[in-house]
Design a protein around this ligand. Structure first.
Ligand SMILES: [Zn+2]
Length: 338
């Protein structure tokens, strides 16, 4: 250890620490005089602002939720964004209040998934300027994944089956849609199992390139170290995202064949609880309806906030192609990565 004799911190001995062997602390680089500009400091070249709704698993008037562009090691990793080009500290009270509701709702939705014990909610913001909150599902029983290093484990663990991943996305999207907005993610088609080529009538035979990184859709972010890091959709992808997605849409049934809103029984139960538990919220300040004091009945306020979606009520799922596949990832954050 030439120039670095710093003792290893205690966390390197925690069961959750992903690495072992000889380690040493990196030398700390000198601080820069000026912070580098983050991706999307200007709304014009902001990835989030330039990414169409169909690249998200769920959207509403003021909020959108996206997933990674492919399955990762955790059951699900999602990102909550506000539509407005704002950073966390710049949110007006209305959005700040809704952020609380959305955070709780999304956490609940993810936690309701089978096999998910906990949901880690993080905000780093070193990579992209547009506010985005990370939600990482920690697998049930995986005590070694508890805490700080979950985001690292996400890149270390074997990737979960794509079908399961899509199911998870669809369930979360449907859950959110129950409160308003539109779900774009649909569950995988039953015929999904079929080998390479899916000649499903409803999907017009699409190549099974789902799990593909589809480099085109996620050029990665400036200064991105890449390394398993969720890439960010570049300006040019905006269109490609949806395009490619549709291709990859194989996994999704074009006709919302979402057998049962909330898939599993446990989900339903959870959903029921959630309904009850968040009913108040929904009524008072449901995302669709900004103002808490609003006396509108829970139902009447829906129309307002999400006027365009007529399918919202029943299906909760977007009718169309249902891409939901190419969820660009937000940050180009290198160091903190998220
Ligand atoms: Zn933006």
């Amino acid at each position: 250890m030439p120039d670095n004799a710093a003792p290893l911190p205690d966390f390197t001995r925690w069961p959750s620490f992903p690495f072992e062997g000889d380690l040493r602390v990196k030398a700390l680089a000198a601080p820069v005089a000026e912070e580098p500009r983050r991706s999307g400091e200007d709304a014009t070249d902001c990835v989030a602002c330039n990414t169409p709704d169909d690249a998200y698993i769920w959207v509403s008037e003021r909020w959108r939720v996206r997933a990674m562009d492919r399955p990762t090691g955790l059951p699900v990793v999602l990102i909550l964004e506000c539509r407005s080009h704002l950073d966390l500290g710049d949110l007006p009270n209305l959005l700040a209040a809704e952020l609380g509701v959305m955070t709780v709702r999304l956490e609940r939705a993810i936690r309701s998934l089978d096999g998910v014990a906990r949901v880690h909610v993080n905000r780093w913001g070193d990579g992209s300027a547009h506010m985005h909150i990370w939600f990482l599902a920690r697998p049930h029983g995986r005590l070694q994944l508890r805490g700080t290093f979950l985001s690292l484990w996400d890149d270390i663990l074997p990737v979960i089956p794509e079908q399961q991943w899509r199911e998870n996305l669809a369930l979360v999207a449907a859950w959110l849609a129950d409160f308003g907005g539109t779900a774009n993610a649909e569950p995988p088609h039953i015929a999904w199992q079929s080998p390479s080529t899916i000649s499903d009538p409803s999907t017009a035979g699409v190549p099974e390139t789902d799990g593909e990184p589809e480099a085109s859709r996620e050029p990665g972010v400036a200064g991105d170290t890449g390394a398993g890091e969720p890439a960010v959709v570049a300006e040019t992808d905006a269109t490609e995202v949806s395009g490619t997605d549709k291709t990859a849409g194989t996994v999704f049934v074009s006709r919302a064949a979402r057998g049962g809103e909330n898939g599993t029984p446990s989900d339903r139960e959870a959903a029921a609880e959630d309904q009850a538990g968040t009913q108040a919220l929904a009524e008072t300040q449901d995302l669709k309806e900004a103002d808490p004091p609003q006396s509108d009945p829970p139902q009447s306020d829906r129309p307002q906030s999400d006027p365009p979606q007529s399918d919202r009520p029943q299906s909760g799922v977007a009718e169309g192609p249902a891409p939901a596949a190419a969820m660009p990832s937000p940050d180009g954050e290198t160091a903190t990565r998220r």
